[in-house]
Design a protein around this ligand. Sequence first.
Ligand code: GCU
Length: 670
Amino acid sequence: ADDGYRLWLKYDLISDPGLRKDYQKAAGFIVGAGNSPILKTAAEELQQGLQGLLGQTVPIHSAAKKGKGGIILVVEATANVSGGALGKDGYRIAEQGGNLVVTGSTESGVLYGAFALLRQLQTRQPLRGISLSSSPRIQYRLLNHWDNPNGTVERGYAGSSIWKWYELPERIDPRYQDYARANASIGINGVVINNVNASARYLTPEYLEKVVALASVMRPYGIRVYLSVLWAAPKVIGGLASSDPLDPKVKQWWTAKTDEIYKAIPDFGGFLVKANSEGEPGPQDYGRDHADGANMLADALGAHDGLVMWRAFVYKANSNGDRFKEAYQEFKPLDGRFKPKTLVQVKNGPIDFQAREPFHPLFGAMPRTPLVLEVQLTQEYLGFATHWVYLAPMFKETLDADTYANGPGSTVAKVVDGSVDQHAISGIAGVANIGADRNWTGHPMGQANWYAFGRLAWDYTLSSQTIAEEWARQTLTADAPAVRTIADVMVRSHGIYTRYTMPLGLHHIMGQTIHYGPEPWLASSARPDWTAVYYHKADAVGLGFDRTEKGSNALALYKPEVQRRWNDPSTCPPNYLLWFHHVPWTQPLSTGRTLWNELCTRYYTGADSVTWMQQQWATVKPQVDAELHADVAARLQTQRKEALWWRDACVLYFQSFAKQPIPAPFSPPE
Ligand code: GCU
């Protein structure tokens, strides 16, 4: 039975003897590119993968070996491809002189090339005449773990943390290496190992030792370790009276701490900071701003090769404005103030990882600051590890959105990769959905979100469909029709989820305390902007948050072209409608139905589509491992039950305002 531990790196014996023979002929030996840790990893990973796929041990030769029918690994900084030079960490795989030559522009490039070659075999592509090359479009491709020292994971639904702090540094769980392998196979090159709501403990010598141990497992896989830091650390663990970024003693403390870290971890990646957000301390506690804080840390990094990623997820308690606008209002005026090596990390949408959000208005609004796009792989608002929701289409929706910052075609992706504003550094971060569950992600299908994040971080032009098929082919079954069926369910799953939970641009109407299930009636909370009624604004007239000029005017934060599209309820895409408009219940929409009828239609057809997902999944039973199939089937049963819960709760609640019957052919809940 398949317990899901091996993820997409299964390397099971290729059953077709003809194909296996072809591959065996092409992969008779491996010539390593050198003895550095990353290059050794590349050769060994190839060897291990080929051992499984081909059922034979492929020898590794260190020196150049004459002969044909082998795999040659090469580092060549100036390697060319048809389109010009290979990008940093890029690779090229080509048949040359009877061998398969894997060229990387860096050592990491060789490693990525080795995994790409294995992927060719895993997906049964021909090797004869092979010629492919690829370079990452975004430089820093990071997972953010929201893991705590006590082993819990904030918003984690796959068990406890994979990091065993009490065992480290002495015991190195073999799982750390498997984790690193999985990440490297999809091009992830950095991991922030702890929660953004950070404990200062990670900066103590006691914990740094443990971080050093983790960094040594990651290093041979080309992965650098980063830390989230508590702004108040100089006070909490440094014995200082303040953590004012302009206080020379504070600066000195961070400089000394940073030197201490780099002495122990020479390739340390840098710091991630959540400051003055949701109760976290920050420079504003001392009348300073975010740029003062970030710049002080950038100074502390000094000549070390590291980054400061400063999060823009901020909103004030008891705000009576529109939370949608707050990050923009705080950060836009700081554009141009951030020192080199400082990036501002922005969530995909303006509120908070909702089921669907319009792109964050900061993208395209800070041309002088490199922006990291932060997406969430853990399904905090997308059904935890119970609902099957493939997130690539949602990530793509943001990446492909046009900000018009520099004319048409200035997509979020091109803002993030630095091409719109000519930035030398670029980054993307995914909040990890990984935990200590045997299958890593709780829901077996959640693995696809980890996979898709890595693939899109590397190349955001890949399609959701391609990635889904590639993942399913490696992870679930070799049967082509079954792969197509599964990928089809995957690419539709996010649209289905939004229909039965927050259709038409509804947002933040989930259960408040745990962020699960519906609670649109929530009217009071310690924070006015945390109630559901604040966001949906249902009344006798209609539904939705007016963010036009007549309302909060958040739309004015976008470029005129974007405003024009979203400003008019008749051209605003239905999926974003209630994000920007308070629409009368009786208003006919572009779909031909009134708002009320469209809302009901989406809730009902969305919930019914879960039945369709169940039926599709049932058809692939013969092609998928029995244990895994049963696991997903059972989760789909819960998903169906909870889709009905969402549908009935929301339809009945909104009906108390709309005062209209549920339209045919749908029957009201019993
Ligand atoms: C969400 C989430 C918090 C998290 C926060 C953040 O609000 O619920 O748990 O800390 O995002 O991204 O900082």
